[in-house]
Write a protein that binds this ligand. Structure first.
Ligand SMILES: CC(C)(COP(=O)(O)OP(=O)(O)OC[C@H]1O[C@@H](n2cnc3c(N)ncnc32)[C@H](O)[C@@H]1OP(=O)(O)O)[C@@H](O)C(=O)NCCC(=O)NCCS
Length: 172
């Protein structure tokens, strides 16, 4: 099941024809990733980027998903219990942004919901123990904490949502 975006918006996998050079979120790293690296990384099968397009084809927001690993020892005890003591598979929300002129209108919430839906769907085929991401600053960390992401002990800007939390979210 997909997230319903407002009328006129559509989500597409990033392609060369999308006007990615014009995207501005207010965060230079987030913009630079989309402008110069997202497509190249997608072509190398390192990550997948999806863009939210408005009615005129302008990019209103995007997210990039990848896979990764987290060390058992980095997990909080309640998540780690019963897991093997080794590197463990995770889904990574690698990049995420909403166009500056579209922020504060609920698109970030919908895009995050769709990114987590993609993770959940992928998790039915390729298992992972959590969705993790590195926050770019305190404001973005507050955004993710608003959606129940928790800090990884010892990594103040790395936050995670356990697979169990994700399942509970998607089930409700
Ligand atoms: C963070 C970002 C994605 C939020 O997108 P947005 O479209 O403005 O967010 P929304 O309007 O959908 O807000 C959704 C909810 O999050 C809350 N929220 C938004 N920004 C927040 C913040 N910095 N801290 C806490 N909560 C925040 C809103 O109050 C809203 O809450 P509600 O649903 O309970 O009313 C956007 O500001 C952005 O792209 N910032 C620059 C790039 C960036 O920081 N990317 C993330 C790091 S990779």
């Amino acid at each position: 099941m997909s997230v319903r975006f407002p009328d006129g918006f559509r989500l597409e996998r990033l392609a060369k024809a999308h006007p990615r050079k014009a995207f501005t979120s207010g965060q230079a790293d987030v913009d630079d990733w989309l402008k110069t690296k997202a497509l190249q990384n997608q072509e190398k099968h390192l990550s997948i980027t999806k863009v939210l397009l408005d009615e005129s084809g302008v990019i209103a927001g995007y997210y990039t998903l990848a896979t990764g690993q987290v060390d058992f020892g980095d997990l909080p005890a309640d998540v780690a219990k019963k897991l093997p003591r080794r590197m463990l598979p995770v889904a990574v929300l690698a990049w995420f942004g909403v166009s500056a002129d579209r922020q504060g209108q609920g698109l970030g919430k919908l895009l995050l919901a769709q990114a987590l839906r993609d993770c959940f769907d992928a998790g039915q085929t390729f298992a992972f123990i959590a969705v993790i991401l590195d926050c770019i600053d305190d404001a973005s960390k507050a955004f993710y904490q608003h959606y129940d992401f928790a800090e990884l002990p010892g990594h103040p800007y790395r936050v995670f949502l356990s697979a169990a939390q994700l399942e509970a979210m998607m089930g409700s």
